[in-house]
Design a protein around this ligand. Structure first.
Ligand code: TRP
Length: 859
């Protein structure tokens, strides 16, 4: 049916040429298959067409094909669009009056209603071409004077109209069609517009969302090209910005309450509180009615330019639901005299114009006496006031779309003016010719339109190669007016001509948020991750929905919403919160509590040893001291003092010197000490075996030999140590591997073999000593030192055997402490075992300090 409808109007053009080809004799018979009355019309030398959606919608066309289809029935008169049409009329009349623009020529216009419906728009387009009826159809006579069309409003209609006009190369200027799809010059070569393309609007909306950190938004759109392309453009613009679309819903073309309720349910239950709506007031009105019935609040609406300045929503009943809405609106302009002009339009003056009667019905809710059109309405008394929903009709101080219409008409007029005033021989057409003023072709006008540039109330109007105009928007916020109604307040602007980053200017303080909130609403899927955490995307969900996981230790994130945690460099480690890298704790046994305790113990040990030394020195002539080789005892005491003192080298930060000193000093002093003890054991053993007859072993173990033994035993250790120091000495070493959060300052032994050799040698000496002492332990005598030596060696070996596993297992300051502990324990072991009994006798039991007693012969 729709196809049929459009055909009926298209037919005359096609048919005529067809007929004339087939039957040349009948060419003069020109029949219009259907007719379509223009809403407003005036003749002139040049005629421009206008297509406006003077009604909101159209009745379902009659599908019965048993009779000729009647004219289209539209309902829901739209005073706003009628105002646009009147603005066109005003502009044309104004231009006709001017002497500087198109002097001696008059402009005419033909304005048709598209009923906001693409196919009717197409019908209008064809009707503009054809003329309203047979008598008045220029087409049937010759080339029509129609040069250009102002239209259409909705992009969906403009697309159809532009496609219809395309074969005839008639330029059109749209005042409201913003679909980015219309910038395609291959598909719409004759399309111009005085409204910015949505390519800029979606950019602006994306910037707005980003500015207020709304990263989780819903999109609702109408079922038309405008909605489809705007959504597409927005999604593209949002790519990579970190903003996600929670849902995309479409209000069906034929409004369905059930579907609308579903959408409202989704909006209400989504965590996305910000909803971007690409739709126009016509389809939005029933949707918003259902929305309000459901008492949904707390939504931040972002209105597209198509409805952000729609006066139908300014009523106070809308305020609780729509207050705070924000969106980009078309820039305003000034049309001098528009208000006065509008007031002159009344049924009295245009008694036969049904549109004016409808306007009256819509504005005042009454029908004018002479009209029989709105007979269901009461008759007007002349005292009615303008209905609230259309109260904005006369508010024309700074119109937006009307101003676009005005600019469009002027663009045509200026182009035409330029065309007419072309200097012969310098024209733009082939061979530099000008157009024939008496037979201007629309494509010739298009050439001039493309080039035109003029200023109107301070604003330059021109078109780029795609027929688009300069992109610039006002940021509009819906605020509460004095009467509880909604007022559109300018809170910023978007200028697409500025360089990136500076396009959007927002007066944030001036914005009023929904529900009188003082703060910007939060619309995020997941709250942002604090520093120290990273985002972990949830499987199967958009990128904006994530969990926050704390950074692993050793890694940090120092800003909110980090995608990944960064690893700290080698000498650094994360703090507890995972927000900064801090230098790793350097661990070594220092002069802290533990270090100090050990130092004190070592010093006490050394002092004790020296004290014993002093006692021995003082009593050096008493039998207890003399009985067992006093020289060896002094040696042992001195080396023990060194043993205690070498523990001190282990405390403090390891340096290359202290590292080298540590093991060598320790091993040499211990070797010395144990060699002395070994010497002593040998002496004891020799002394007792020598008592047996015929054994003069003592001869071989005189003091010189003893010294040689001690010297040799120690020398071995000295040689091992020298080789070690020369070949691969121990060195300080930062262990970062063992415990990741700490740097362990340690001495590396340099050569493990050398280390174990050194220890092994001490062990060997101790074992030999232990073995010999063990043999001698049962020998008679009240003071047999052998049993004490056995005992001391037992302790010594036990301590060092216990030390080995502790040493091998874990590096760190405790290992050093264990090592010192082993040194101190074994030294104390030796000191106590070997010397307490003697000191006890010397100091406390002097009566026992006799040779007889000691030899066990005093009984
Ligand atoms: N800028 C919109 C468009 O290009 C404006 C508009 C006018 C509209 N009438 C409409 C949008 C009807 C949707 C439906 O289409």
């Amino acid at each position: 049916m729709q196809a049929f409808e459009s055909m009926t109007v298209l037919l005359p053009w096609l048919l005529i040429h067809h007929l004339s080809e087939l039957t040349p004799g009948h060419a003069s018979k020109c029949v219009l298959q259907n007719y379509f009355e223009p809403g407003l019309m005036a003749n002139g030398d040049y005629v421009i067409g206008g297509i406006f959606p003077l009604h909101y919608n159209q009745e379902m066309p009659d599908l019965n094909c048993t009779y000729k289809p009647g004219p289209v029935k539209c309902n829901g008169f739209d005073p706003r669009a009628f105002r646009w049409a009147l603005t066109m009329k005003l502009a044309v009349e104004e231009i006709n009056k001017r002497t500087d623009l198109l002097p001696n020529y008059s402009l005419g216009y033909k304005i048709f209603d598209s009923c906001a419906y693409p196919l009717t728009g197409q019908r209008s387009a064809v009707a503009v071409l054809n003329g309203p009826n047979e008598e008045n159809s220029p087409m049937c006579e010759g080339a029509g004077p129609l040069l250009a069309i102002i239209g259409e409003s909705g992009s969906a209609q403009s697309i159809v109209v532009s496609r219809t006009l395309r074969p005839f190369r008639i330029p059109m200027i749209s005042y409201f069609s913003s679909c980015a799809c219309l910038s395609d010059r291959r598909e719409f070569p004759t399309f111009f517009r005085v409204i910015p393309s949505d390519a800029y609007q979606v950019k602006a909306i994306a910037k707005l969302l980003l500015h207020f950190k709304w990263t989780w938004v819903g999109v609702v759109r109408g079922d038309h090209e405008y909605g489809r392309f705007a959504l597409q453009g927005l999604l593209k613009e949002l790519e990579g910005t970190g903003i996600c679309v929670a849902y995309q819903e479409m209000i069906p073309l034929l409004y369905e309450r059930q579907r609308a309720l579903e959408i409202i349910h989704i909006m209400n239950h989504s965590t996305a509180r910000v909803v971007v709506v690409f739709s126009a007031e016509g389809e939005l009105t029933p949707f918003l009615r259902d929305y309000m019935e459901n008492n949904v609040t707390g939504i931040q609406w972002i209105a597209s330019e198509a409805w952000v300045t729609a006066s139908v929503f300014t009523g106070s009943e809308y305020y609780p639901f729509l207050g705070g809405t924000i969106g980009f609106g078309i820039r305003q302009g000034q049309i001098p005299g528009l208000r006065e002009y509008l007031t002159t339009v009344n049924p009295d003056r245009y008694p036969s114009n049904t549109l004016v009667h409808e306007l009256w019905g819509a504005l005042y809710g009454c029908s004018f006496s002479s009209s029989n059109l709105n007979n269901h309405l009461p008759s007007c008394t002349g005292k009615e006031t303008v209905r609230v929903q259309h109260s904005a009709y006369f508010n024309t101080s700074r119109p937006r779309i009307s101003y676009n219409v005005y600019k469009g008409v002027y663009a045509i007029a200026y182009s035409l003016h330029n065309l007419i005033h072309c200097t012969p021989g310098k024209g733009p057409f082939s061979n530099s010719t000008c157009a024939n003023v008496f037979n201007v072709y629309p494509w010739q006008l298009q050439q001039y339109l493309q080039e035109v540039s003029f200023t109107i109330s301070g604003e330059t109007v021109k078109f780029d190669m795609k027929g688009d105009s300069i992109p610039s928007y006002d940021l509009i916020n819906w605020q509460r007016g004095s009467a509880g109604n909604i007022e559109f307040v300018n809170v910023g602007m978007f200028d697409g001509a500025q360089e990136s980053g500076q396009e959007l200017v927002i007066k944030e303080k001036a914005i009023m948020w929904p529900g009188h909130q003082s703060e910007v609403l939060v619309s995020v899927c997941s709250n942002s991750c604090a520093p120290g955490f990273r985002k972990a995307v949830r499987r199967g969900q958009p990128l904006c929905c994530f969990d926050c996981v704390p950074c692993d230790s050793g890694k940090i994130s120092n800003k909110t919403d980090s995608v990944e945690c960064m690893a700290c460099s080698e000498d650094y480690w994360s703090n507890v919160d995972g927000t900064v890298c801090i230098p790793k704790v350097v661990e070594f046994l220092s002069h802290d509590a533990m270090g100090l305790t050990l130092t004190v113990i070592a010093l006490v040990g050394a002092c004790l040893t020296l004290a014993v030394f002093a006692v021995f020195l003082y009593y050096r002539n008493t039998p207890v001291v003399r009985i067992n080789n006093s020289e060896l005892s002094f040696f042992i005491l001195l080396s023990l003092t060194l043993c205690f003192l070498c523990a001190l080298v282990f405390i403090g930060e390891p340096t290359s010197w202290s590292c080298m000193l540590r093991h060598t000093a320790f091993s040499i002093t211990f070797s010395l000490c144990i060699s002395c003890i070994l010497g002593k054991t040998l002496v004891v053993l020799a002394a007792f075996t020598a008592t047996r007859p015929g054994n003069n072993i003592m001869k071989w173990l005189g003091p010189t030999q003893q010294r040689i033994i001690i010297f040799c035993c120690t020398l071995v250790q000295v040689i091992i140590c020298t080789t070690w120091l020369v070949a691969s000495p121990p060195f300080p070493y930062r262990n970062t591997k063992y415990q990741q959060s700490k740097i362990i300052l340690d001495c590396s032994v340099g050569s493990d073999l050398a280390f174990w050799c050194v220890l092994g040698y001490i062990g060997l000496l101790a074992c030999v000593c232990f073995f010999l002492a063990f043999l001698a332990r049962k020998l008679p005598g009240n003071f047999n030192e052998a049993k004490y030596i056995t005992f001391s060696m037992l302790i010594f070996c036990a301590v060092w055997l216990a030390f080995v596993p502790a040493y091998v297992s874990s590096p760190g300051k405790f290992t050093t402490a264990v090592e010192i502990f082993a040194i101190l324990a074994s030294s104390f072991g030796l000191l106590f075992c070997l010397f307490t009994p003697k000191v006890y006798i010397i100091l406390l039991k002097p009566q026992k300090n006799t040779k007889q007693h000691l030899m066990g012969k005093d009984k």
